[in-house]
Write a protein that binds this ligand. Structure first.
Ligand code: FAD
Length: 467
């Protein structure tokens, strides 16, 4: 019988668990339900939604090359999913529905509703674990609880991961043409913003595979030393592709192993560090599943709920617009708004600056990031923000507050990144770019620091001590 594969954040034909399972059982039809209104409610902006759209188009090409038609529906919000899937199932006399799990709460609720409706109609359905190695709940502490600290999670992950969790799923063979045609993929509605340069983020599995290859050939060996320097293109820039499943963690890890004597860790140092970042990605998905309060926008550390965040619209605006007077922070914020991506070191620096120096509720920053990030992912973004704000798992102890100027001299020693994003500071000698001399600010047309580091630090410590 006919198998329906419902694609969501797994937009690839290679190494796709649900697709491989479906193709082993019968001819396949694919469907994508576009829910722009829901994505916007979740805080995603034009960059991510446009990337999503372009990748659905690319997926359609790859599916069609295998004679798999792609059905397409605009459903607005997840509320429309049940109706769309049950209609398609009836119309095409589908035997079984396959999908890969998404772990955040709203997606799970949507899937449960669909599963119930299918069950009522006697149609079988199968949810597959695909996006991460361990289904949430299958990796737990000695007490049988979800891990709330990364290091023991990573240890357990490495200790327990099996070959089956790492091996690539079969790519379906080209099937006999069906009498079902594609649906046209409608143009996107107005997203209230202009998406970033499409050429910087090409769509499709091939583009993702090229990035992985480039990373392994040119960057991976020195990843350990270079990953913290934003002026160096030292990381994979695969996050947007991983977030939408245009490439899988298995494809990444297999590529690592093939260059590391078959090992994930304990070989080339750069590769080992990189593998750990992929484990961080998985960790935050487990956290979002195991501690649903974080999905409800609550702090992971419950005692920090009472923290008195400052109401400071002006400070928030200055942060968003890259006008804090701290060059590294400002350069980073301009990178985010201009490119839809920000270097990891700078995500930490800017998030800490907002939540500690300005003592502004981290949730405002979390939202601003999601709105701009092309790799916006609820779990990683929430995890990163709560880490920086000292409200999360592995929380940075609240008294360890990055000095943004010291971060600047350490990680952008020649002020190269600063000069790229703040051309007004380019003329300064490199050492002066970290903290432009006060008497030159007017001439440079650059703002004074909006807070004094020491005073701001003391204010944040007070607020945390009061808890
Ligand atoms: P690489 O260094 O090449 O790492 C490889 C992959 O590992 C990444 O593509 C990503 O999938 C994963 N990864 C790396 N670092 C982390 C991390 N700290 N946590 C979870 N996964 C990680 N990542 C997102 O994918 N989406 C987000 O919305 C997001 N928001 C963040 C917000 C804050 C405040 C912070 C501190 C971090 C955030 N990150 C987020 C994590 C990290 O900054 C990005 O994944 C990374 O910068 C992407 O660049 P890359 O692909 O070159 O990473």
């Amino acid at each position: 019988g006919l198998q329906l594969v419902w694609f969501r954040t797994d937009l690839r034909v290679h190494d796709n668990t649900a697709l491989a399972a479906a193709a082993a059982q019968g001819p396949v039809v694919a469907v994508f339900l576009r829910s722009v209104e829901q994505w916007q409610r979740h805080g995603h902006g034009a960059n991510k939604i446009d990337f999503w759209h372009r990748n659905v188009r690319a997926l359609k090409e790859s599916l069609n090359a295998l004679n798999i038609p792609l059905l397409f529906r605009d459903i607005g919000t997840y509320d429309g999913a049940t109706k769309a899937i049950t209609e398609i199932v009836a119309e095409h006399d589908i035997e079984r529905v396959h999908f890969n799990h998404q772990y955040p709460l709203n997606e799970r609720r949507r899937d449960l509703a669909v599963l119930e409706a299918l069950k009522a109609k006697g149609v079988s359905a199968h949810g597959h674990h695909d996006a991460i190695a361990f289904a949430p709940g299958t990796l737990s502490t000695g007490k049988g609880e979800y891990y709330s600290v990364f290091t023991p999670f990573a240890k357990a992950w490495h200790k327990n991961v099996t070959e089956a969790q790492l091996s690539l799923r079969d790519t379906p063979a080209k099937q006999k043409p069906l009498s079902i045609g594609n649906n046209a993929i409608a143009a996107l509605p107005d997203l209230g913003g202009t998406p970033v340069d499409k050429n910087a983020w090409p769509a499709g599995e091939e583009a993702a595979a090229d990035r992985l290859e480039r990373f392994l050939q040119q960057r991976a060996q020195r990843y350990g030393e270079q990953r913290d320097f934003p002026a160096v293109a030292g990381t994979s820039e695969l996050s947007a592709y991983l977030a939408l499943g245009i490439i899988s963690y298995r494809q990444c890890l297999q590529a690592v192993m093939s260059r590391n004597g078959g090992h994930l860790a304990d070989g080339a140092k750069g590769l080992t560090t990189w593998v750990n970042e992929l484990v961080w990605r998985e960790f935050y998905q487990h956290v979002a599943f195991g501690f649903p309060r974080v999905v409800r926008h609550e702090p992971f550390q419950e005692h920090t709920r009472a923290l008195k965040w400052r109401d400071d619209d002006e400070g928030f605006k200055a942060w968003c617009e890259g006008r804090t007077g701290y060059p590294l922070v400002d350069a980073a914020m301009r990178q985010l708004v201009d490119t839809g991506w920000m270097h990891n070191r700078l995500r930490m620096v800017t998030a800490m600056f907002l939540s500690k120096h300005l003592l502004i509720d981290w949730r405002r920053g979390e939202r601003f990031f999601l709105e701009h990030l092309i790799d916006g992912d609820f779990c990683s973004n929430n995890g990163g923000w709560q880490w920086a704000a000292s409200t999360g798992t592995d929380a940075a102890p609240y008294f360890r507050i990055f000095n943004p100027t010291t971060q600047s001299t350490r990680f952008d020693p020649d002020g190269e990144f600063i000069a790229h994003w703040l051309p007004e500071l380019e003329e300064l000698p490199t050492k002066a770019r970290h903290a432009p001399p006060r008497d030159m600010l007017t001439k440079l047309d650059y703002p004074e620091p909006i807070v004094d580091h020491k005073a701001a630090r003391a204010r944040a410590l007070e607020a945390f001590k009061a808890l």
